[in-house]
Design a protein around this ligand. Structure first.
Ligand code: MEV
Length: 439
């Protein structure tokens, strides 16, 4: 029959959790030592890492990498990146160096408003409720003042609250749709606290106002939660250079051909969903790597970006290109919400270092850097795709991973790299070659 359900697992000690693993999967008894070898020798750091999640048994390592030469609005920065995909950092570093020689990246924040909703059911007339809304809104502002005072001191707070009647989604369904400014914080706790307070104030209004008839005092709050879709928290970034300067050591004709193919690739991503998803995945390769390094919630950033990509009813590529008067102009517009204070950013030692490497940016600056990372990653990918293809770069990284797996000593690696330069790289091909070399 089925296995017994483990109860209270979250209260187990680390050793008990590891014992449970050994018991269930038959791992060797020394699993604990092996798992411990991935942990930090400084117990205070290990405690910070353990506390980031629930039920940890060890640390899962990913490389913390650096892509230098990111010139953004004239400022020269190293970008800290965490990615498990080896070619991502290489693509970002190449694109950064490429554009550093051509004026760098330009970026501007177009807005920073975040959103959240209280979803509720009320069995009454929407127009009548709308006519009472100014009064309700004042009550919501007043009764959440204890939550907003500090944020207002920092220049943020609630930017607006609207009432929406949405019976096409559900009979008698309404939303309080609120906007927030959270300054340098991601603000999730602030927003959710305000929304939950709005829900209570709203119910209180229905229960106590003499303008509500006795039969309509019931207001059912379905949920109160921030939205990760933040269409008004928006960034634009761009690069530009003369077409003739697009490729080093190539003729103007070759540069023009490259620009044309690049433009075609962008147009295809804008029109075809199959290509758009991969195109945008390439953009998020860069954004996520910087978001993870700085302790930001990359799932929220991705979800928002993909929704923005479909804002006109069709999912499209997020970058754009214009070729005009001999100039190549490549740009991106993106919605994303990030924080630079609180959360993992303030706790994880490497996220803190990442922020220092970025010169302790404001939330607006980090929004621009993330957008630039996405654009750089996309430029690197599309540049490779329309010229040499991506396999050349990928295979170099793939070969290096295979050599690691086969534990090939460093002194032999260069020869193997040379040999595979014009051959298809696969685990079995490298294994075979290495076997023959040694016999
Ligand atoms: C691979 O991680 C990302 C690419 O597929 C992106 C793209 O095709 O644009 C190279």
């Amino acid at each position: 029959m089925g296995e017994s359900i483990l109860k209270g697992f979250s209260k187990y000690t680390k050793q008990q959790r590891i014992d449970a693993l050994i018991q269930k999967y038959g791992f060797q008894e020394d699993l604990a030592n092996w798992l411990e070898s991935f942990e930090n020798s400084d117990i205070s750091i290990q405690k910070i890492i353990d506390d980031l999640s629930e039920n940890p048994v060890s640390n899962f390592h990913l490389p913390f990498s650096i892509a230098p030469n990111f010139v953004v609005n004239g400022k020269n920065l190293f970008f800290p990146l965490v990615s498990e995909e080896s070619s991502v950092v290489a693509a970002l570093a190449n694109a950064a160096g490429f554009w550093a020689k051509r004026g760098g990246f330009h970026a501007e924040v177009l807005g920073t408003e975040k959103k959240g909703q209280v979803h509720f059911i009320w069995n009454g007339n929407p127009e009548y409720l709308q006519s009472l809304f100014l009064e309700i809104r004042d009550k919501l502002f007043d009764e959440s003042a204890y939550l907003t005072a500090k944020m207002e001191e920092r220049g943020g707070g609630i930017t607006g609250i609207e009432l929406k009647s949405l019976p096409h989604i559900y009979p008698n369904y309404f939303q309080l749709d609120a906007g927030f400014e959270t300054c340098d914080a991601m603000g999730a706790n602030f927003i959710n606290s305000c929304l939950e307070q709005f829900g209570k104030s709203l119910q209180n209004f229905f229960q106590t106002s003499e303008k509500i008839s006795t039969g309509q005092r019931e207001c059912e709050i379905i949920m109160a939660i921030l939205s990760n879709y933040t269409p008004e928290s928006r960034v634009r970034a761009w690069v530009e250079c003369p077409i003739a300067k697009l490729l080093e050591g190539k003729s103007p004709l070759e540069c023009e051909l490259f620009a044309r193919k690049f433009e075609q690739a962008i147009r295809i991503a804008q029109a075809d969903v199959s290509r758009a998803v991969t195109h945008n995945k390439g953009i998020f390769n860069g954004i996520d790597a910087l978001a993870v390094a700085t302790g930001n919630d990359f799932r929220a950033i991705e979800a928002c970006g993909h929704a923005f990509a479909a804002r006109n009813g069709q999912y499209t590529g997020l970058t754009d290109v214009r070729i005009q008067d001999g100039k190549f102009y490549f740009s991106i517009e993106l919605t994303l919400a990030v924080g630079v204070i609180g959360g993992v950013t303030a706790v994880h030692p490497l996220a803190k270092l990442a922020m220092q490497i970025l010169d302790n940016p404001s939330a607006k600056e980090l929004m621009m850097y993330l957008t630039v990372a996405g654009m750089a990653s996309n430029f690197g990918a599309v540049k490779a795709l329309v010229s040499v293809g991506i396999q050349q770069g990928h295979m170099k990284m793939h070969l290096s991973n295979i050599m690691n797996q086969l534990k090939i000593p460093e002194i032999h690696r260069h020869k193997i790299q040379e040999y595979f330069q014009d051959k298809t790289v696969s685990y079995s091909a490298v294994e075979e070659y290495w076997k023959n070399k040694r016999t």
